[in-house]
Design a protein around this ligand. Structure first.
Ligand code: GLY
Length: 362
């Protein structure tokens, strides 16, 4: 088992990673039970994992099963979930378990941040994207009419249990999309990990257990280090985790935040665009930008506008970026790169330059 500590003072917790952990969750959760039952929140598609977890917990658990999909990150589902948790008599010291992908993790995290002014929760992520990114670090949110993830809170879990074996049943497209968030850590500040990704991504995506566990453990360690330095994204360090997200947000908005372009696919194309734009500005060697794009292409992720199926003009895509929640004091910070593993936050980017770059159909 790999144990990654997330060092946040009184809010510190462990991320435990091991194949088969779901079936052995009882031994990890029992010390937290303190005589109370657990409430598991999951979605309809995850009933087999729910059965495994309930068997592991013995008699002491209740389950709330929600509809799958992004629509569940809504005010209506938040109200319904908090009502159900109150009906079950959940107290502040109880633990609510989020068993699912980013949607369940974000919703349960936010619901528990406001339930009785904050109760405990445990993340048990079942997608690669949730395992390497959203389950760690305490960002929780729902969507609103004005946009995605605009209503939320920082609320750290008490424990994160990651079973890489659950990825066996994840659709290959979702697995690839989650991989974008793995290779992101190499592109941010870890050239050696990017090289590892180039050599091992195919094995990882084919289900090689050692490659999978290494990728998850390395990604979680990188995220834990960044979150411990800048929990609330105030110093600019945590913002590095948004590499590819501003360009990606525009592509996701243009495709209606739909299955036409999954979040991880938008991030992949967005990272290729961030490197392409950095190269065009002379900040980054062109061969680094091409190497990033080539790696994404090789594993079947979009490496630019065409591959993401986006035909909109640069001006329209920039317009989408202006609705991104990362806007601050009228400027939009961009994550650009001086090379692979050398990402930095640039607050001086001229949006007309971005539009012209996008109009060149990168
Ligand atoms: N997913 C970016 C972050 O957690 O900060």
């Amino acid at each position: 088992m790999t144990i990654v500590p997330v060092a946040l003072g009184a809010r510190s917790y462990d991320v435990r990673i091991e194949a088969g952990l779901l079936a052995r969750a009882g031994e990890h959760l029992a010390p937290l039970a303190k005589g109370r039952r657990f409430v598991i929140v999951t979605d309809e598609n995850l009933r087999p994992h729910l059965a495994t977890l309930q068997a592991a917990l013995g008699a002491g658990s209740e389950a709330i099963v929600l509809p799958p999909g992004e629509g569940t990150k809504s005010w209506a589902q938040l109200e319904s979930l908090t009502d159900k948790l109150l009906d079950l008599g959940v107290e502040r010291s109880d633990h609510v378990i989020a068993l699912g992908g980013g949607v369940i993790g974000d919703l349960v995290g936010f619901a528990t941040s406001i339930l009785k002014r904050g109760c405990n929760f445990i993340q048990m992520p079942t997608t690669l994207l949730a395992q390497v990114d959203s389950s760690v670090g305490g960002k929780t949110a729902i969507n609103s009419r004005a946009g995605k993830n605009l209503i939320g809170a920082f609320h750290q879990p008490a424990l994160v249990l990651i079973d890489p074996q659950v990825l066996d049943t994840l659709p290959p497209r979702e697995l690839r999309a989650g991989y974008a968030e793995v290779v992101k850590y190499g592109l941010i500040d870890d050239f050696a990990f990017f090289e590892w990704c180039e050599a091992n991504a195919a094995a990882l995506l084919a289900g090689d257990p050692a490659a999978r566990e290494h990728a998850i453990a390395h990604s979680v360690s990188a995220k834990a280090r960044i979150v411990a330095e800048d929990e609330r994204e105030t110093t600019g360090k945590r913002a590095l985790l948004n590499l590819g997200h501003t360009f990606g947000h525009a592509l996701e908005a243009e495709t209606g935040f739909s299955s036409r372009l999954l979040h991880g696919e938008g991030v992949a194309a967005g990272m290729a665009l961030a490197f392409g734009f950095s190269a065009r500005k002379g900040l980054c060697p062109g061969q680094d930008a091409e190497r990033v794009a080539a790696h994404l292409r090789a594993i079947g992720l979009p490496d630019g506008l065409a591959a993401a199926g986006v035909t909109a003009s640069g001006a329209r895509l920039v317009e989408h970026m202006l609705h991104d929640k990362k806007m601050a004091a009228g400027t939009l910070p961009f994550l650009l790169a001086h090379g692979i593993g050398k990402t930095y936050l640039d607050k001086t980017v001229d949006l007309t330059e971005v539009a012209a770059f996008l109009d060149a159909r990168p």
